[in-house]
Design a protein around this ligand. Structure first.
Ligand SMILES: Cc1cc2nc3c(=O)[nH]c(=O)nc-3n(C[C@H](O)[C@H](O)[C@H](O)COP(=O)(O)O)c2cc1C
Length: 318
């Protein structure tokens, strides 16, 4: 049961992005031009095993249009990874990914996510517990960086590649760099070379600063990665995975269709339970980079309810 093996190479992956790649935006990206693999936002394994479970589990809502889809988890306690993995199998996900890359200070202070790079004993326990929780029913993968405070790409990658994981995503920065410095694809190539040297049957996915399918091809040629993951590229163009279309091809009415579809699906999914302001990040994506965009976008920034946004869309349609 390893969907990674069945993918035609090179393949593309939509990156997990907290408060961005929820079920609603994933469905929009699927409409615009599907990646080969989707990831959920990161979800706390400890939270899933707490009284707050119901709220946390909302991150794991999925629709059939996003497939294959990998649930990403993070957390501290191996026993919670075990139980979360059991749940995720039960929920019908195609894979489970362990976050060992998030650099956010309040998170790494808890000794989790990218802090696991400097705590191999706990990283080992977490991977083993997750693998045991899946009982071999779905593949386990890890998404990580080149190091925590300093680059230690090969040593860290060798440690991970010696586990029974099926895929490894390398974001070409260390944790301390957050996303401020350019991604180092030469280091990502070192991971591919190491995997080949060790003779491991593990899929390597490169990630960082890729914004088009041409760049995907270039990175694959340069490094030999099996697939490329794109995150912020979807902010610039939600059609980034579509070889034949770009958001720049859309006229205003078509852009408004995207806004309206997003708002309708958001309302259907969350009603008024989720902060309406979250939508503004998406309005910026759909209403940018054309003559008169700034003025129209400003109007979207001022709306405060589903009704107001619907009225605005109506008034802008020609
Ligand atoms: C808003 C935002 C939220 C993110 N949330 C997650 C997350 O939940 N899990 C994760 O592994 N990485 C997360 N990341 C990191 C991305 O998955 C990706 O590794 C990073 O943005 C670099 O790729 P890019 O240059 O294609 O954006 C997030 C990034 C952004 C910008």
């Amino acid at each position: 049961m390893n969907f990674w093996k069945d993918l035609k190479k090179p393949f593309t992956v939509l990156a997990p992005m907290e408060d961005v790649t929820d079920v609603v935006f994933r469905s929009i990206v699927a409409d615009c031009g599907r990646p080969d693999v989707f990831f959920t936002e990161f979800t706390s394994a400890d939270g899933l095993n707490s009284p707050g479970r119901e709220k946390v589990a909302k991150r794991l809502v999925k629709r059939n249009v996003e497939s294959p889809i990998v649930a990403q988890i993070w957390g501290k306690k191996p026993e919670n990874y075990f139980k979360a993995a059991q749940d995720i199998v039960e929920m019908g996900f195609d894979g489970i990914d362990i976050n060992m890359g998030c650099p956010v200070r309040k998170i790494v202070k808890q000794g989790v996510c990218s802090a696991l790079i400097d705590n191999e004993p706990l990283a080992h326990e977490v991977i083993q517990a997750t693998i045991e929780g899946t009982a071999g029913k779905i593949p386990v993968s890890v998404k990580t960086r080149l190091g925590f405070k300093v680059k230690r790409t090969e040593e860290w990658a060798a440690f991970l590649l010696n586990h029974d994981i099926q895929a490894l995503t390398i974001h070409g920065r260390i944790s301390k760099e957050m996303s401020k410095f350019p991604c180092d694809w030469d280091e990502i190539k070192k991971v591919v070379d190491l995997k080949n040297k060790l003779g491991k049957d593990i899929v390597i996915i490169g990630n960082g600063d890729v914004n088009s399918l041409d760049e995907v091809d270039q990175r694959v040629r340069e490094t030999g990665v099996d697939g490329v993951m794109i995150g912020r590229g979807v902010f610039k163009d939600p059609f980034v995975f579509n070889p034949n279309k770009s958001i720049r091809d859309l006229n205003l009415n078509e852009r408004l269709d995207l806004v309206e579809t997003h708002v309708d699906r958001f309302a259907e999914q969350y009603g008024t339970k989720r902060n309406f302001e979250v939508l503004k990040r998406f309005f910026k994506i759909y209403v940018s980079d054309f003559d008169g965009a700034n003025e129209i976008r400003q109007k979207f920034m001022e709306v405060k309810s589903f009704n107001e946004v619907k009225e605005l869309i109506k008034s802008l349609r020609s």
